[in-house]
Design a protein around this ligand. Structure first.
Ligand code: HEC
Ligand code: HEC
Ligand code: HEC
Length: 185
């Protein structure tokens, strides 16, 4: 497991280092609407639709998922989505990061509220999906991989779960294992 994780993290780090400013060093490819298995190629409405390649190739590149780094697209102004269909809806932003480090076998997870509340309202997560209390949620990788917790969105509408290092992004301080060993003696 350790070795597999280290390999995955290494692959992800290489992938992350490659993404960013265009032109990307990897080839990006999107199925055309006629071939994506979702749209009916015989429908006359097809002519109204924009091809994914045309829309997405202009946005910051990602090597995974739908091949767009959406957080960067928002940050650098490539897209400027309306925050709500209802103009009177209040936009609630939160800047706090939560560090999750219950497991010594993996780098800690930094959950950024800011990058989430730029897209989502608090009620998308609180209080049903996550209790708004640090450590109150028994988050586990197994449940995430089964499409629960973070996996409700990641792997569905947000970057895929194969990008381990994008969540497990905070190295543990090397002092920790030594301290643990000393107290075990
Ligand atoms: C994408 C999901 C998501 C969204 C959206 C979200 N949160 Fe959270 N929030 C979390 C998670 C995950 C935790 C950490 C819970 C844990 O440690 O088990 C958390 C923790 C919290 C906490 C407790 C930690 C602290 O800093 O005191 C508060 C308060 C909180 N959120 C408020 C909000 C508010 C207010 C909003 C909207 C502005 C919001 N959250 C939006 C997922 C979300
Ligand atoms: C309700 C949907 C939702 C849930 C639940 C959710 N996320 Fe996200 N997350 C998003 C979206 C949308 C983005 C931005 C699009 C993208 O990066 O693909 C994002 C982006 C991120 C980023 C990237 C931030 C950056 O700077 O690039 C991290 C890290 C992240 N999420 C971690 C988590 C973790 C950890 C959890 C569970 C504790 C979680 N998310 C739960 C929707 C969600
Ligand atoms: C969307 C964010 C996200 C992604 C992507 C992600 N993880 Fe996790 N992972 C978490 C969170 C959150 C926890 C719980 C951390 C905690 O509570 O300390 C976790 C926990 C774990 C644990 C601890 C044991 C357990 O069963 O929970 C392991 C091991 C793990 N992840 C491995 C991986 C590997 C390998 C990948 C890539 C294939 C990966 N993770 C991708 C968010 C993520």
């Amino acid at each position: 497991m350790r070795l597999a994780l280290a390999l995955l993290l290494a692959i992800c780090t290489v992938a992350a280092a490659q993404s960013g400013k265009p032109p990307p060093r990897f080839e990006r490819n999107w199925d055309s609407l006629a071939k994506d298995g979702v749209h009916d190629p015989r429908s006359p409405a097809m002519r109204q639709l924009q091809e994914p390649r045309e829309a997405l190739s202009a946005l910051p590149a990602d090597s995974a998922g739908n091949q767009v780094r959406w957080v960067d697209a928002l940050r650098d102004g490539s897209i400027n989505p309306r925050s709500s269909l209802r103009p009177e809806a209040e936009v609630r932003l939160l800047e706090t990061d939560i560090y999750m480090s219950r497991y010594g076998s993996v780098p800690a997870v930094r959950f950024p509220h800011r990058e989430h509340t730029l897209w989502l309202d608090c009620s998308n997560c609180h209080e049903k999906l996550f209790k708004s209390k640090v450590g109150a949620n028994e988050i586990s990788m197994l449940r995430i991989l089964q499409g629960e917790q973070c996996g409700q969105c990641h792997g569905a509408v947000a970057f895929p779960l194969t990008e381990c290092a994008r969540c497990h992004n905070t190295p543990r301080t090397p002092a920790k294992p030594r301290q643990a060993m000393e107290s075990a003696r």
